[in-house]
Design a protein around this ligand. Structure first.
Ligand code: SAT
Ligand code: MN
Length: 614
C-alpha cells in the first residue's frame, strides 16, 4: 500500500496502527494519506479539488482563500431516518432513536465498506474535540475517502500531527466514513460522490465507534460533530458524570466589567448562532462567543460546572445570515471559509437569501443553473464552514483547556403563544423538567408541517446517544455533584411570541435579547427580584429594561402573560408526549409535571374565587 509517510514514522500507537491496517484491508483504497493538519496540506487538497472540478476558488479579492462546493441535490442535510444507535439492548436506544441489532448492523456495514474506497485515497484524520491536552477534551480518528471532509475537519477541529503527538497510548473514538462510491479502473469520479439510497449513520455506543456511509454532507460526514461530540459523547458523559450538550456558550459582561458565562439549548431555527454572537443593543453590555453549537461540561474541583466548546469552527446555516442579523458571523466568514450549496455571483463570490436586500444579477444557483427569481438561489440548508478564531468577538478563553465556569443554563423554543418571553426555574429539578419540556413550532427549515409543535427535549432529540429517559435521569441527579451555592440557574425563553392576529413578532429579538440576558445576569447575583407564577419565576415588569423599544403596556403584559387555560392544555400536551417513555420516565419528571398541574389548577381556582364576599 502506498502511504504519503510511513505509518511507523507517523504513530507508535499500536491500536491506531491496527485500526488503520484493518480498515485498509476492508476498504481497499488506492493509497493512504496520513494527515498532518498543516496549511500546506489544506491548500494542496483544495487545489486538487479545484483541478478536479469539485470546488471553485472564490474571488481572492473579495473572499480570500475560500471555496465553493455544491453537493449532490440528494445529499444536502443530516438524515435522521438513516441514523442509528446500535446499543446491545434496544431499550438503551429508547423511543426517540432508531435502533438496530449491532451484530446485524455490523454485517451490513462490513458488506458496504468492503472495497468502498477502491480507486480512492483513504485519509486518516487524527482530531481532538476540545483544546489538545485539556482534561475535558477527547480524541477521535476519522478515516474517510473525502478530501472535502478532510478540509472541513481542518476548520472544525484541532487536527493532524499535533494530535498524534499527544495521543501516545491513549484511546480514541473510531470514526469510519466513506462516501460509498468506489471507482472502477478508468471510471471518472462524479463531482460530489455519494450513495443516497444506502446512507447509514451508525453509532455503536458500547464500543464507542461511528460508521457513516453514503453521504458527504455536514453532520453525516464530519464525524467529530453530532456523531461524536453529541451522540457518543453523551453516552460517555452519562457513564463518567459529565454533560455533552447541544448548547451554545457565551460570555456576558455588564457595564461594571463583571463577567459570567451562559450556555443555551434551542431546537433548530431558533437563532442559536445569532444568540452565540449577539451584538447587544444595551450600551455598556458585551457578549463574547465560546461556541455556537456544542458544549462539553464537567465539574471541577471547585464544585462548579465548567464548559468547553469541543469544536474549532462554525458550520452555520448561511441563508438569513447578514451583516444586520449576525454581523459577527459575517465577519467570521470573510476569508478562509468553505461554502456549500450557496449561490455563486458573477464575480465569483457567494450569496444567499437574506444576505443583502437586493439580489445580485446573473447568479448561478446552488444546483449550478442560472438563477431565476422563481427558485431559491441557495439551498435553505446551505452552510459556511469558518474558523472560530475569525469571529471578532471570540472569547479570550476559547482555547483555555480549563474551559469557562457556567452561571446559567437557558432553554428555549419557538412558540407563537403560551410560553412567556422568559421565566426562571424554581430549582434544578424544575430546570431539568424545563429542559425535558423543550418544544418548538416548525418552520420551513425543517421537514414537516409549518407551525406544528415538535417536542425536542434539551434540543437533543436527534443527538442523544442513549435512552432519553435515562438522559433525563442523568440531569435530574446532576445537581448532587455540584456545590449548591454554585449551581447554575436555569431559565426558559421564547423570542417568538406573536400578537393576537398572529401577524408580527411582538418581541424585537436579535440584539434586544440582551435585555433578557441582563435580567438573567442580575438574577444570578440576586440583584433583581421576580414574580412567582404557576410555571416559574418571571421578571417584575420594571426590572426588564425596555428603554427605547416603544413597547406598549399591553405588549409588555402579553410578553410576560401566563394564560392558565393554555397552560392547562400544555400540561396535557406534555403528559401525552412523555408517555412515549413508558415506565422509563423518571419519577422526578412525573413529579414536576404533577406539581406544575397542581400549581396551574390552584392559580385558576384563585382566579375563579369571587373577589369580594357578600
Ligand atoms: O449537518 S450538521 O449536523 O452538522 C448541522 C445540523 O444539522 O445541525
Ligand atoms: Mn446544532
Amino acid at each position: 500500500m502506498d502511504f504519503n509517510i510511513p505509518l511507523d514514522e507517523w504513530t507508535a500507537n499500536k491500536n491506531l496502527k491496527k485500526f488503520i491496517k484493518d480498515k485498509i484491508d476492508l476498504c481497499k483504497p488506492k493509497n493512504v494519506y496520513l494527515c498532518s493538519g498543516t496549511k500546506e496540506e489544506y491548500d494542496e487538497l483544495m487545489n486538487q479539488m479545484v483541478i478536479d472540478g469539485k470546488a471553485i476558488k472564490l474571488n481572492d479579492q473579495k473572499r480570500p482563500n475560500s471555496y465553493f462546493f455544491k453537493s449532490d441535490p440528494e445529499d444536502v442535510a443530516r438524515v435522521e431516518e438513516r441514523t442509528f444507535i446500535c446499543s446491545e439492548k434496544e431499550i438503551d436506544a429508547g423511543p426517540t432513536n432508531n435502533w438496530h441489532n449491532p451484530n446485524e448492523m455490523k454485517i451490513k456495514l462490513l458488506n458496504l465498506f468492503d472495497g468502498s474506497m477502491q480507486g480512492r485515497t483513504m485519509y486518516v484524520i487524527p482530531f481532538s474535540m476540545g483544546p489538545i491536552g485539556s482534561d475535558k477534551s477527547h480524541i477521535g480518528i476519522e478515516i474517510t475517502d473525502s478530501a472535502y471532509v478532510v478540509c472541513n475537519m481542518h476548520i472544525m477541529t484541532r487536527m493532524g500531527k499535533k494530535v498524534i503527538d499527544h495521543l501516545k497510548d491513549e484511546d480514541f473514538i473510531e470514526c469510519m466514513h466513506s462516501v460509498g462510491k468506489p471507482l472502477q479502473e478508468n471510471e471518472k469520479d462524479t463531482l460530489w460522490p455519494c450513495d443516497p439510497e444506502n446512507r447509514y449513520i451508525v453509532h455503536f455506543p458500547e464500543e464507542k465507534s461511528i460508521w457513516s456511509y453514503g453521504s458527504g454532507y455536514g453532520g453525516n460526514a464530519l464525524l467529530g460533530k453530532k456523531c461524536f461530540a453529541l451522540r457518543i459523547a453523551s453516552t460517555m458523559a452519562k457513564k463518567d458524570g459529565w454533560l455533552a450538550e447541544h448548547m451554545l456558550i457565551l460570555g456576558i459582561t455588564n457595564p461594571e466589567g463583571e463577567k459570567k458565562y451562559f450556555v443555551a439549548a434551542f431546537p433548530s431555527a431558533c437563532g442559536k448562532t445569532n444568540m452565540a454572537m449577539l451584538n447587544p443593543s444595551l450600551p455598556g453590555w458585551k457578549i463574547e462567543c465560546i461556541g455556537d453549537d456544542i458544549a462539553w461540561m464537567k465539574i471541577s474541583e471547585d464544585g462548579r460546572l465548567w464548559a468547553i466548546n469541543p469544536e474549532a469552527g462554525f458550520f452555520g446555516v448561511a441563508p438569513g445570515t447578514s451583516y444586520d442579523t449576525n454581523y459577527n458571523a459575517m465577519k467570521s466568514l470573510e476569508k478562509n471559509s468553505i461554502f456549500t450549496n450557496v449561490a455563486l455571483t458573477q464575480d465569483n463570490d457567494v450569496w444567499w437569501e437574506g444576505m443583502t436586500k437586493n439580489e445580485p444579477e446573473n447568479m448561478i444557483n446552488w444546483l449550478g443553473k442560472k438563477h431565476s427569481k422563481e427558485e431559491k438561489a441557495a439551498h435553505p440548508n446551505a452552510r459556511f464552514t469558518s474558523p472560530a478564531h475569525q469571529c471578532p468577538i471570540i472569547d479570550k478563553d476559547f482555547e483555555n483547556p480549563k474551559g469557562v465556569p457556567i452561571s446559567a443554563i437557558i432553554f428555549g423554543g419557538r412558540r407563537d403563544d403560551v410560553v412567556p418571553l422568559v421565566y426562571e426555574a424554581f430549582d434544578w429539578q424544575h430546570g431539568t423538567f424545563l429542559g425535558a419540556s423543550v418544544s418548538s413550532q416548525m418552520t420551513a427549515a425543517a421537514k414537516g408541517n409549518i407551525g406544528k409543535l415538535r417536542h425536542d427535549p434539551f434540543a437533543m432529540l436527534p443527538f442523544c446517544g442513549y435512552n432519553m429517559a435515562d438522559y433525563f435521569d442523568h440531569w435530574l441527579g446532576f445537581d448532587k455533584k455540584m456545590t449548591s451555592k454554585n449551581l447554575p440557574k436555569i431559565f426558559y425563553v421564547n423570542w417568538f411570541l406573536k400578537d393576537e392576529n398572529q401577524k408580527g413578532f411582538i418581541w424585537p429579538g436579535f440584539s434586544d435579547n440582551i435585555r433578557v440576558l441582563k435580567w438573567m445576569f442580575e438574577r444570578v447575583d440576586n440583584k433583581v427580584g421576580f414574580k412567582k407564577t404557576a410555571i416559574g419565576n418571571i421578571p417584575n415588569i420594571e426590572d426588564l429594561n425596555v428603554d427605547g423599544l416603544n413597547l406598549s403596556k399591553n405588549t409588555l403584559e402579553k410578553l410576560l402573560e401566563i394564560d392558565l387555560d393554555k397552560w392547562e392544555k400544555e400540561v396535557l400536551e406534555l403528559k401525552n408526549y412523555f408517555s412515549i417513555f413508558k415506565d422509563k420516565l423518571p419519577e422526578g419528571i412525573i413529579d414536576q409535571l404533577n406539581k406544575l398541574n397542581e400549581r396551574v389548577l390552584k392559580e385558576k381556582s384563585k382566579r375563579c374565587e369571587p373577589s369580594y364576599k357578600e
